[in-house]
Design a protein around this ligand. Structure first.
Ligand code: 5GP
Length: 210
């Protein structure tokens, strides 16, 4: 089984999983960040990018239409279903999943290239994809980002205003399923404060658990 680490990030909180042990750093690691929609994955991953520019952040393909503030090739590669299916058939995706009616997948080649170059890589993906990565790459570290509370998550999701009501419902149902799987992850980080959560994530990426 995997070691079990919980890191509770609060506005004033310190990581509870301990400091990285000198000499036990492994930078060629693939880290998967999952967590329910609305938990703040993008903000935390954005802060992580600022804290450590050496990290490679995967850009997924998706069949979801772009939101107004999203840039093709930066937030996602926006593709149609035919292209998505073609990539799946060609084995070009490291993992892929359907989420709330749209398809998402991680292009394999850029991630493998980053790891081969010795760069740590981060995937921000949902639960089914995280499970596929675990099966395909057992060394990957899986971290679940948790909301401070369920009520807070509902508030963040309904307040976002980018989604139709039905889509919000679908995302809440997915959120419940994702949080129920938190025990499958190597570590959990509570996102009460974005900077603190990003720091804890970086600590987890740089720490060997064994
Ligand atoms: P959103 O539509 O809000 O950008 O993303 C919906 C969900 O899909 C989020 O949980 C996000 O992390 C996840 N996701 C984004 N890219 C991928 C991917 O490449 N693979 C998988 N499995 N999930 C992804």
């Amino acid at each position: 089984m995997h070691d079990d680490h919980v890191a509770a990030a609060g506005p004033t909180g310190r990581a509870t999983h301990g400091e990285p042990v000198p000499g036990q750093r492994s930078r060629r690691r693939l880290t998967v960040v999952s967590g329910p929609s609305g938990v703040g994955k993008s903000s935390v991953v954005g802060e992580l990018r600022r804290l450590d520019p050496d990290v490679y952040f995967s850009v997924s393909v998706t069949t979801r239409p772009a939101r107004p503030d999203e840039v093709d090739g930066e937030h996602y590669h926006f593709i149609d279903r035919a292209m998505f299916d073609k990539m799946v058939r060609a084995g070009e995706l490291l993992e892929h999943a359907e989420f709330a009616g749209n398809c998402y997948g991680t292009p394999r080649e850029p991630v493998e290239r980053a790891l081969a170059e010795g760069r740590p890589a981060v995937l921000e993906i949902e639960l089914q994809g995280a499970r596929q990565v675990r099966a395909a790459m057992p060394d990957a570290r899986l971290v679940m980002l948790m909301p401070p509370s369920w009520e807070e998550l509902v508030g963040r999701l309904t307040g976002r205003g980018t989604e139709e009501e039905a889509a919000v419902e679908a995302r809440l149902a997915e959120a419940e399923r994702e949080l129920a799987a938190a025990g499958e992850f190597d570590a959990r980080v509570v996102n009460a404060d974005v900077t603190e959560a990003a720091r804890q994530l970086l600590d987890l990426m740089n720490t060997d658990f064994s």
